[in-house]
Design a protein around this ligand. Structure first.
Ligand code: ADP
Ligand code: AMP
Length: 217
């Protein structure tokens, strides 16, 4: 299955993607994770991406589309993939459509996780991630068993630089201006499913499964 997870920063895309890929057995492709890996490896791509990420802006389409093309062309994506955080602009969505056409395939579903704005600020400023394996936590809503220690691997938890309040506000503005228009873009294509993301993590997962025709409740 070829799926896009859509939604504002903090909607729960990464959290749900980690659960979904274990059930659907497809690769989890997160452009944000790819940029963070490039930053920690000190590559040119990482340096360029960081200059935008630190300001809460989007990395230019030409760069982002390039890394997605390379990744989706890999053999493990032939049977399906779960895109998390891509596309985020109309040109990215159009580039993805062209790529699907070149590969004689198409997207099966776009899952739009909807969460009210005031909940997003809390979710983002309270988010913590494992430095080692990337597992996502929240100080209140999804806390680890031991403070600052990853349940999955024992790694140290950290707060992303772009989850500080000042950057969070620009990221949410960027979402409204550049990414929200994708909702009607995919609605018109008849593949959009909107799910209420303002409920417990397992309830969101069950509804995502329902939208995909799976029974996970
Ligand atoms: P995104 O990938 O869309 O930016 P994340 O999956 O990283 O969002 O989730 C953002 C924050 O919200 C994290 O701290 C996560 O633990 C928390 N979170 C995710 N889903 C829920 C939920 N259904 N209810 C409460 N908190 C959630
Ligand atoms: P995320 O991990 O999805 O919250 O993304 C973190 C940051 O990476 C974003 O705020 C952007 O700066 C950058 N980024 C991730 N995905 C994209 C994308 N599809 N287009 C442009 N920039 C992106």
């Amino acid at each position: 299955m070829k799926i896009v997870l859509l939604g504002p920063p903090g909607a729960g895309k990464g959290t749900q993607a980690d659960i979904l890929v274990k059930r659907l057995l497809v690769p989890h492709i997160s452009t944000g994770d790819m940029f963070r890996a490039a930053i920690s490896n000190g590559t040119e791509l990482g340096k360029e991406a960081k200059s935008y990420m630190d300001k809460g802006q989007l990395v230019p389409d030409i760069v982002t589309v390039g890394i997605i093309k390379d990744r989706i062309s890999m053999s493990d994506c032939r049977e399906g993939f779960l895109l998390d955080g891509f596309p985020r602009t109309l040109p990215q969505a159009e580039a993805l459509d062209s790529l699907m056409e070149e590969m004689s395939t198409s997207l099966d579903a776009v899952l739009n996780i909807s969460v009210p704005l005031d909940r997003l600020i809390d979710r983002l400023t309270g988010r913590r991630m494992c430095r080692n394996c990337g597992t996502i936590y929240h100080l209140l809503y999804n806390a680890p068993e031991v403070e600052n220690v990853c349940d999955a691997c024992g790694g140290e938890l950290y707060q992303r630089d772009d989850d500080k309040e000042a950057t969070v506000k620009s990221r949410l503005e960027v979402y409204e201006a550049q990414t929200a228009p994708l909702i009607s873009y995919y609605e018109q294509k008849g593949i959009l499913h909107t799910i209420n993301g303002d409920q417990p993590i397992n309830a969101v997962t069950a509804q995502l499964g329902e939208a995909l025709g799976e029974n996970w409740s």
